[in-house]
Every structure is written in C-alpha cells, then in structure tokens.
Write a protein that binds this ligand. Structure first.
Ligand code: HEM
Length: 225
C-alpha cells in the first residue's frame, strides 16, 4: 500500500480520489434514477406486480449484490468527503498572502459553493434513507416492502415533495461543477475539450435531475397515484 500512501499524499492524488469517487457515485445515481422512473408504470393488480416494487424486491433478493453496492457507495462517499476536507485544509495552509489574491478568492468561492452544496446533499441523503429505506422519518407514511405506496403517499405531501425538489436542484449544481472539475483533474485541459466537458456536464446533470425531479412532481400533480 506504499504506492497508495505516496499517491494519496500528493495533491493531485487526492484530487484524483475525489474525481473517481464522484464519478462512481454518478454511476449509482443513473441506475437509481432509472429504477425510480418505474413509478410511472403505475400500480399493478397486486403490490407484488407493481413495477417499482418488483425492482426494489429484485435488489433485495440479491442481498449479496445489494450489500456490495451499499458498501461500495459508502466507501466512495466517505473517501470523497474526507479527501475534500483534507484538500481544503491544505489549500488554506498554502494560501498566498501577497499576490494573485483575486484568482484565489474566486477559487475559494467555488470551493465554498461545492462544500455547502455537498453538506446540503449529505443532510438530504441521511433524511432520504431515514425516510424511504428505514421508514423512521415519517412512520405514518411508510410500510415495509411497499415502496410504491411509500413514494406516492409521501410525495402527495407538498412539503416532502418540496424538500426532494430542492435537494435535486442542489444536486444539479454539484453534479455540473463536479463533472467539469473531475475531468480537469483527470487531465482534460485543452480549451476545446474543456468546452465539450462542460456540455457533457450540463447534459448529464440535466438528465439526472429531470429524471429525479419528475417523480415528486409527477406524484404531486397526480400523474400517478
Ligand atoms: C427524488 C427522487 C428520489 C426517489 C423517488 C428515491 C427513491 C428511493 C427509494 C424508494 C429508496 C428505497 C429503496 C428500497 O428500500 O428498496 C431509495 C434509497 C436510496 N436512495 Fe433514493 N430516491 C431519490 C433520489 C435520490 C438521490 C438524489 C440520492 C443521492 C444523492 C439517493 C440516494 C439513495 C440511497 C443512497 C438509497 C439507499 C440505497 C440502499 O442502500 O438501499 N436517492 N431511494
């Protein structure tokens, strides 16, 4: 593991860890979004034949796979957050006193923006797991294994749907800036390629966010019930 300590000890090593763990979490988000869209298949004749429940049950039947995904996701999240905190500490210590102040101020504003967006997302993920996985945030709206009903009953409440929509807006900004930074860290520097990365970042963030937001909004507007 000597090579990893040497790699992680360098600033570019840490930035690479942030980029790779971020991109891995985006992979999970794409799968999760596609799974959630099953809600628009509506209610089946029985809870077991309801598409969204079938998808959730399929995950649960493959418990090994489910726990591998959870462990991978948690590892990626912890590495991402801890490394960002370390990088911020290093940047603060290395801040120049007398020159290029303007440039560093805007870099700091960017990193503050990503930091607060990230903290908001972290709080949201905790709330979200307490809500739809563990069922303790709103116990009156939760029945184990009835994912479809839990989603419908929750998002019929404007306050809950509103929290999800706001969190998804935070996700949009974090994803867009995150994708652009990640590709820069991974070596994309030519202005023309950077322009393509910006377009890719926008497109990815828009697709993911529209996919996620459509669920609480669709339920609130009674497109599905
Ligand atoms: C607004 C759209 C969303 C809906 C409708 C939704 C729905 C759900 C549901 C129903 C579950 C529980 C699945 C089950 O117990 O079988 C779940 C779990 C989860 N969601 Fe979401 N989700 C949304 C957005 C997000 C976002 C934006 C994130 C991440 C930033 C996220 C991260 C997670 C995680 C980490 C789990 C736990 C997975 C596990 O270990 O079982 N979700 N979601």
């Amino acid at each position: 593991m000597g090579w990893f300590s040497a790699f992680y000890g360098s600033s570019i090593g840490k930035k690479t860890v942030v980029a790779v763990t971020g991109l891995a979490m985006i992979g999970f988000l794409v799968g999760h979004m596609l799974g959630n869209l099953q809600v628009f298949a509506g209610r089946g004749p029985t809870p077991e034949e309801t598409k969204l429940n079938e998808y959730a049950e399929l995950l649960r039947m493959e418990m090994g796979l489910l726990w591998a995904m959870r462990l991978g996701l948690l590892t990626a999240l912890v590495l991402h957050v801890v490394t960002v905190i370390k990088l911020r500490g290093e940047n603060r210590r290395a801040r120049p006193q007398n020159y290029a102040v303007q440039r560093y101020q805007s870099a700091n504003a960017f990193s503050r923006f990503m930091m607060w967006g990230g903290i908001a997302l972290l709080a949201y993920v905790v709330y979200h797991i307490l809500h739809l996985t563990m069922g303790v945030a709103h116990p009156d709206l939760f029945e184990p294994h009835h994912v479809y009903d839990n989603v419908i009953h929750s998002f019929q409440k404007p306050l809950i749907a509103g929290v999800y929509v706001l969190a998804t807006v935070a996700l949009y900004f974090h994803l867009y800036h995150g994708v652009v930074s990640a590709f820069q860290t991974l070596g994309v520097s030519h202005p023309r390629h950077l322009q393509n990365v910006r377009v890719l970042g926008h497109a990815l963030a828009v697709v993911i966010v529209v996919g996620f937001v459509s669920v609480p909004v669709g339920v609130l507007l009674r497109v599905v019930s």
